[in-house]
Structures are given as C-alpha cells and as structure tokens.
Design a protein around this ligand. Structure first.
Ligand code: HEM
Length: 525
C-alpha cells in the first residue's frame, strides 16, 4: 500500500478540498447569521424616515436599551448602518479589528460643501496613510511639547484681551483656538480685532454644523443628485442639505485656500522663518524639487493636511473651552476648588494674590482641573456620533453579521451615559474620577470623545493642552460668573446644542472679571 507521503499530490488535493469545504461552510454559516437588532424598517426606504434627523444619538441610545444590545443595525436605502453603543463594542471592532474598520463612507454632501483633501473624510487608501502619517507624527504627546510656548502666549494674549473687552469673551476664546492652529499649521499670526480667519472659522463651523450627521443626507445615498441644476426643486426637505452645501461651499473653500495662499510666496522665497507644519513639509517639498528628489506628497496633499489642522482643530478646541466655562459658572463650587488648586501651585502673597501665571509645568499638580476637562468631554461629547467609520470586509460580532461596506457610528453619547460606569451620568461631576485609593469613586476617564482605532483624533493631545492652558490662565486671573439681571439675580444659562458633526452650545452670557490688580499686571506683563 502507498503511504500518503508517497503520494504528495493526493495529500495536497485532500487539504485543498477540506479547506474549500471549511471556507464554504463558514461562509454559509455567516450568511445565516442575523444582522444586529434594530427597530422595524419600511419597505425600500428602510429606516430613512425612522431615524430622527435631529440628534439621532439620543434615539440610538434609547434603542440600545429597548433591544438590550450595544450593537444596532439600520438599513437606509439598502445601505447598512451599524451603531455601537458601548465602549466595549467600539474597542472590540474599531480598535482590535482596526484594519477592517478604518475606512470612511463617501461623504458626498461634504464634497459638495468644498471639503478638499482633508484627512477626516479620506477613504482608506495610500493617500489616507500618507496624510495620517504626516499628521500623527506631528501631534504625538511628545511632539506637542514643542507647541507649548505658542499655546501659553496665545492663552495670555486672549485673557488680556478679555480684560479689555469682557463682553466679547466668547469671540476672544475663539480667537485663542484659531490663533493656535493657524500658527502651528501655517505660521500665521492673527489680528487682535476682527481677524478674517476667525470670521472664516465661524462660517465653516456654522456651515458644517447645519450639514447634519455626516454621511446621512439623501445625496450621500444617491451621489448623482449632486448634479441636479440649481435652484433645486422644493419637492422635499430631503434636498435641503444639498441647497445648504452649495450655498456654503465658498466659505469652506476659503478656509482651505486663504492661509496657504497667504504664506506660500514667503516660503518659496525663503523669507518666512516662522516654524509651522506648512513650513516643514512645503519647505522639504521645495528642497526635494530643487535637488531632483521624488516627493511622496504633492502640494495638494500638504495643503490638505495643513488645512486639516486649522479646520479640525480650531472650532473643536474652542467648543470644548466654552462647554468648560459653562459648567464652571453653573457649578461655582467646582470652580472654587480648581482655583484653590491653581493658587497652591503658582503661590500667593500675603494678600492672596498670585505670584505668577500658570504654565505647563504646573499641569501634573492640577489634577482637579484635569478632571474638569475630562468631565467636559464626557458630559457633552463634541462629536456625539463621532465621524463614521466604514467596514471593508464582512465581519461577525456577538453572533451578528456586519455586512462589508457598513457605515459604523461609535455613539460617544451612549458611552458617556453608560450607567455601568457613570453614576448619575447627566450630572457634571469631576469628582467621579477621584481614585478609590483617595476616597473617590474611581470612575473611568471618558474614552469615546476622540474616536477610535486607526481614525482616532490625531489632535487630541494638542486639543487637551490648549484647553488646559487657557482654563488655568483664566481661573488664575479671573472670576467666572453667571450674568445678573437688573435686580441683581443670577441668570443661569440654558443653552441649545447644534445638531450634526459637532454639538456646540449657542451663545450664553458669562461675567469674566479680574481677580486682582496683580492678575491684571501679570497679564499685561
Ligand atoms: C477637543 C477637541 C477635539 C475633539 C473633541 C476632536 C474629536 C475628534 C473625533 C471624534 C474624530 C473622529 C475620530 C474617529 O473617526 O474615530 C476626530 C478626527 C480628527 N481630528 Fe480631532 N478633535 C479635537 C481636536 C482636534 C485638533 C486640535 C486637531 C488638529 C490637529 C484635530 C484633527 C483631527 C483630524 C485630522 C481628524 C481625522 C482623523 C482621521 O480621519 O484619520 N482634532 N477628532
């Protein structure tokens, strides 16, 4: 009798048949797996009219409870939408299986709006990897230390400006966050008053905010609709986002082009010595070009990546600062504790006046302020549904099938309200993070506000240090209070939150007054 080793081709054939049978069975089994649960859908339209267009994160959270599942499935005109309602599901899929969930859906509405080659909206591709590498390397925790002097300088400049014009505090804080990203991205310094870039940042924020949840408009499902001639038929409210995108295109285009156009000539003629992302990458590009070396990135790539810093980093940081201010005036006891901690770090004289302004060296001592900032990002996640990811291949999770090409939302709102981790989650309570060893509850720091996996926000360390330095400077030098009416009664602000990519509060009043003459002198310094 011939032994199997004497007939290697038979053995190989046997292995091949077994492998094909195994794969076929796995495939069949997968096909039989159900989709994750979700509410009943309508024929053809699926859940298009069932998922609310205003703040869908709330309803997604409720459905998660109703169906007792942290993964939900919706079908919109035949496309699969998967919503992840827990930190575990987001970690399991978006982090641990990151390679399969690193894509983005095509954002047709945002394309119409004029978003250029911006990392946030790039599909999984060699270009995505190039942009991701450029931005990620520039904003690691260590790399961000280099930007501290700019952040300190701008925080003091903004606080000084608030001393002179306290009514305008909201705009001046916006100026702070815009100034930081424009200096880091392009080496541009903004004007103290009526700066055009600040105006552009406001326009872009309004335009993007009103664009709704990314990837969810009718034109995202039927890209050909973008070619409909203007004015669009008023047949359906479903075309309103397209009209809005066409109307606001110019403002978004401008924020992409204006800073680049302002700086390009001086870098080309080597007159611009301001260090910046653009200076590094465009300078290198020009050197390579001059010496005949190949450039991995085109000018369009560098322009898009530099633009991503100012566009993704300005309004986001500003909004977090504003939400922090809101909570500090609503919770004076939280504010007092933060200030006491800061005064202990910077030292006070016999009159209780601060001896110096806070710096980044104080950050390790300012734990309470750190908890306040973390609680701000949890209490109102800036991007409640994140920026959607998309799956590349079919996958399975907890016995459910996730079709290839699914749009995947990580519901940061649901995660922030998860009662398994957060007691009374609607309350703003920084003390929840105090470790058990220090007599606290030891609740976990929020995980979802900056996203997940291979698309996690590359600017998170820059953002958090910006929020830290401006809040530490304001608290050291000013009292932040609710405005008062004519009778002297406090007016507690109640705010509305914008819908869409980011949840930003509308304007509210706050009284910012210097704490002492010393504070004023130090800021004027
Ligand atoms: C508090 C402020 C900020 C918040 C809350 C925030 C939040 C986010 C979120 C939720 C995402 C989507 C992550 C995902 O898809 O999983 C994101 C992506 C991104 N963020 Fe931020 N961000 C902030 C500040 C910044 C800053 C300062 C920069 C500037 C460097 C920045 C640059 C980006 C970019 C380029 C992306 C796209 C990443 C990609 O698609 O691969 N962000 N951010």
């Amino acid at each position: 009798m011939l032994l199997p080793t004497q007939r290697p081709h038979l053995v190989l054939a046997f292995i091949a048949v077994a492998a094909i049978t195994f794969i076929y069975h796995r495939f069949q089994q997968r096909k039989k797996l159900p989709l994750p649960p979700g509410p009943p859908a309508e024929p053809l339209l699926g859940h298009l009219r069932i998922v609310p267009t205003e703040h869908p994160e709330f309803q997604y959270t409720q459905w998660g409870k109703d169906y007792n599942s942290d993964i939900l499935h919706f079908s919109m005109l035949g496309r699969s939408i998967v919503v992840l309602n827990s930190i575990e599901a987001a970690r399991d899929l978006l982090d641990k299986r990151g390679a399969n969930f690193a894509d983005r859906p095509r954002f047709v509405l945002f394309e119409v709006m004029g978003w250029g080659i911006t990392l946030t909206f790039l599909r999984w591709s060699p270009r995505f990897k190039l942009h991701r590498k450029m931005l990620q390397q520039s904003f690691t925790q260590t790399a961000c230390k280099a930007y501290r002097p700019v952040q300190v300088e701008e925080a003091r400049r903004a606080s000084r400006a608030i001393l002179h014009d306290p009514q305008n505090w909201e705009m001046l804080l916006r100026q702070f966050s815009t100034a930081v990203v424009l200096r880091i991205g392009f080496g541009i310094e903004i004007q103290e008053k009526d700066d055009p870039y600040v105006k552009m940042a406001i326009d872009v924020e309004e335009a993007t905010g009103e664009g709704g949840v990314p990837g969810s408009s009718l034109v995202d499902f039927f890209p050909l609709l973008r070619h409909l001639p203007s004015p669009l038929p008023k047949l359906s409210a479903l075309l309103a986002p397209l009209t809005h995108a066409r109307r606001t295109k110019a403002s978004i285009q401008q924020l992409h082009d204006a800073p680049w156009d302002a700086v390009e000539p001086s870098i080309r003629s080597s007159k611009n010595l301001q260090p910046s992302f653009m200076h590094t990458h465009f300078g290198r590009y020009l050197e390579n070009e001059a010496s005949g070396k190949e450039n991995a990135a085109t000018i369009e790539d560098i322009k898009g990546a530099a633009g991503a810093i100012s566009i993704a980093g300005g309004n986001t940081t500003w909004s977090t600062i504003i939400v922090c201010v809101l909570n500090l005036i609503l919770h004076p006891e939280v504010q007092d504790k933060a200030r006491a901690e800061i005064l202990a770090a910077v030292g006070v004289d016999d009159n209780g006046d601060i001896l110096r302004l806070p710096t980044f060296d104080d950050r390790p001592q300012l734990k309470w302020l750190e908890y306040i900032i973390q609680e701000t990002t949890r209490w109102m996640p800036l991007s409640p549904l994140g920026v959607p990811h998309a799956s590349i291949a079919e996958d399975t999770y907890k016995g459910y099938r996730i079709p290839a090409g699914s749009v995947v939302y990580a519901n940061a709102w649901a995660m922030s309200r998860d009662e398994r981790y957060y007691s009374s989650p609607d309350n703003f309570a920084p003390e929840r993070y105090v470790p058990v060893s220090e007599g606290g509850k030891g609740e976990p720091l929020p995980d979802g506000p900056f996203g997940f996996g291979r698309r996690v926000c590359p600017g998170q360390y820059l953002a958090l240090s910006g929020v830290y330095i401006i809040m530490a400077t304001l608290l050291a030098t000013m009292d932040l209070k609710c405005p008062v009416d004519e009778q002297g009664n406090e007016i507690k602000p109640t705010v509305k939150w914008s819908n869409g990519l980011s949840s930003v509060p509308d304007s509210f009043g706050c009284l910012m007054t210097p704490r002492s003459e010393r504070s004023r002198i130090l800021l004027e310094g």
